[in-house]
Ligand binder design. Structure first.
Ligand SMILES: [Zn+2]
Length: 372
């Protein structure tokens, strides 16, 4: 007579295997301390802090999405001529000795007539045939052009398609604050233009890209929607201290957390529990643009019938897409032999779908057994 209960326990053990695998501990040197300083825009000046209504679970998000996100191969890279360098990039570029508040990159006398500022058009295997991404790279930037191309390539195409002009700048162009060594970035919300300073990691790229998505319908940003604000009001915590800044940063950090969860069989990052931020997590997870097949769909030609993706800036897919490009679900504990048979999510298909189906089938069997 105990057989059904034993069977049920077996199903529970299968559904929640993480309890059997201790969460990987992040070594101290892997804890990132990046920040996302950004220029305040009129739309967000009035956005109030979420503290103390929402407590921060962590001081910062303790993971790097980079290794979990395979880069899309870049299919073309073209340098723009000096005359073609976008005026927006020149607006932040100045002669030596300039102290302009907008200076983010400074020319150097030793460059012998070669500008420190270069501009490039890049396309990827999943997007950009007619609308390349444009990257302005400052010669003194800590992040090389190759690294910037790779990091942009790792931003899921469903978010990358919203990114406007990208600028890669040095941490301290004027040399006036050598202690300023924290990589950071900001996004011009209306244009989706992103400025990176220093060696900003992939989760910063995802964070900023989500700002570009959030404000892609500039007059009606998602982070200003009733749904998002209601979710915040119904919860008691958020991810980290930076997310407490306001509902816009909260949306961006929740996006980074969702991308982590989608890549890790729906497990949240170490140190984060969902229950106290369930409404916010459910909100971002419910966005059509954040469905795995949209985020990781291997193409930027996504249709977007619901209108959410209307502001995408890159929607032209190449004529031929690599249908074999897949995203792996990353094991929670890389040292565990139990999860060596890595589940693969083809084009974003939920990797734990088969596990869920198996469990539902088992529950069905259990009900049949009990019913008899
Ligand atoms: Zn931000």
């Amino acid at each position: 007579m105990f057989a059904p209960y034993f069977f049920f326990l077996l199903i529970l053990a299968y559904l929640y295997p993480a309890e059997a695998h201790p969460r990987p501990r992040i070594p101290p040197n892997k804890v990132k301390t990046h920040s996302h300083s950004r220029r305040l825009q009129p739309a967000e000046i009035s956005a109030p802090s979420l503290a103390p209504n929402l407590t921060a679970q962590l001081s910062s998000l303790p993971f790097d999405l980079g290794p979990s996100l395979p880069p899309a191969r870049n299919t073309s890279l073209t340098q723009l001529s000096r005359e073609e360098i976008p005026s927006r990039c020149l607006a932040f570029f100045n002669a030596p000795g300039s102290t302009s508040a907008t200076t983010e990159c400074v020319d150097t006398p030793e460059a012998n007539g070669t500008l420190q500022l270069t501009a490039w058009d890049v396309t990827y295997e999943d997007c950009g045939a007619l609308q390349p991404w444009r990257i302005c790279h400052c010669g003194q930037a800590e992040m090389s052009l190759d690294t910037a191309i790779d990091r942009l390539a790792r931003v899921p195409v469903g978010l990358r398609r919203f990114v406007g002009l990208v600028m890669v700048q040095p941490l301290n162009p004027l040399g006036d604050d050598p202690s300023d060594n924290t990589p950071r970035a900001y996004t011009e919300l209306e244009s989706g233009e992103i400025h990176f300073f220093g060696d900003a990691q992939v989760d910063t790229w995802v964070h900023e890209s989500s700002h570009a998505f959030d404000f892609s319908n500039y007059s009606s940003p998602i982070s200003n929607s009733t749904g998002w604000q209601s979710a915040i009001a119904a919860d008691t915590c958020t991810t980290d201290t930076y997310a407490q800044s306001n509902r816009i940063e909260d949306f961006a950090q929740m996006t980074v957390t969702l991308v982590y969860a989608l890549l890790h069989s729906n497990h949240t990052p170490p140190g984060l529990t969902v229950s106290c931020m369930q409404n916010q997590f459910d909100f971002v997870q419910g966005l059509a643009a954040y469905a795995p097949e949209m985020l990781f769909g291997n193409t930027c030609d996504l249709g977007d019938e619901d209108g959410e993706g209307n502001g995408a800036r890159h929607t032209e897919a190449p004529a031929t897409l690599d249908a074999t490009r897949t995203f792996s679900i990353v094991p929670l504990d890389p040292s565990s032999t139990a999860i060596k048979t890595e589940e693969r999510a083809r084009n974003g298909e939920r990797g734990n779908q088969s596990r869920f189906s198996w469990a539902m089938y088992s529950i069905g069997l259990l009900l049949l057994y009990v019913g008899n």
